[in-house]
Design a binder for this molecule. Structure first.
Ligand SMILES: [Zn+2]
Length: 192
């Protein structure tokens, strides 16, 4: 049986990402050189055009990944992972990624095209309401915070001006409270 036939059989001739039944093609996930059942999946033209960047990403279309990310087939898992990475700034894809499990080998292949880098992988800091925080912003604390390594408590309602971002960790920012530079968790602040 050819790779294509095997894919058609296992998917019941549907797009393995969105379950569409028309315009299906075999897609071998880059950078694989040899097409095999293990590194290929059946996708529809709507999915394929967006995967290959020929058309703009339709965010809502990719809600389908909610289901297909649980596929038992690694090639499908990898493509779901890559597309979720591209969309992660939308919020919900990030939540799905957090739930996903890829074994080490699959994860290495998933990362091979750098889908998780650049735009998609930028560390974004968000306040308690999901508003994006940038260096230099002012925030207000939405609860009392104990300051690590001191007896100080930064009170709810305290304004912190000119914050700095922790570029390694989206959950941390830094700012001065009572003239002391402290680390603050982003979910406890609100942008002013
Ligand atoms: Zn599709």
């Amino acid at each position: 049986m050819s790779v294509l036939q095997t894919l058609q059989n296992r998917s019941n001739t549907t797009c393995e990402l969105c379950a569409a039944t028309k315009d299906l093609k075999q897609y071998t996930i880059p950078p694989s050189l040899n097409e095999s059942v293990d590194n290929s999946l059946l996708v529809c033209s709507t999915c394929l055009d967006q995967i290959e960047g020929n058309t703009q990403m339709d965010v809502n279309h990719w809600r389908c990944l909610n289901d297909s990310m649980w596929s038992e087939f690694v090639a499908v898992q990898i493509m779901a992972w890559r597309m979720l990475q591209r969309l992660r700034n939308e919020g919900w894809p990030k939540d799905l990624l957090d739930m996903m499990y890829l074994d080490d080998e699959a994860l290495a292949l998933a990362r091979a095209t750098g889908e998780h880098e650049d735009e998609a992988n930028k560390i974004i800091h968000r306040d308690v309401n999901g508003v994006i925080l940038e260096a230099g912003d002012s925030v207000v604390l939405v609860k009392d915070l104990k300051v690590k390594g001191s007896s100080m408590v930064a009170k709810q309602g305290t304004a912190v001006r000119n914050i700095r971002l922790d570029h390694e960790n989206a959950e941390y920012i830094e700012g001065k409270v009572d003239n002391q530079q402290i680390v603050i968790i982003t979910k406890y602040v609100k942008k002013l």
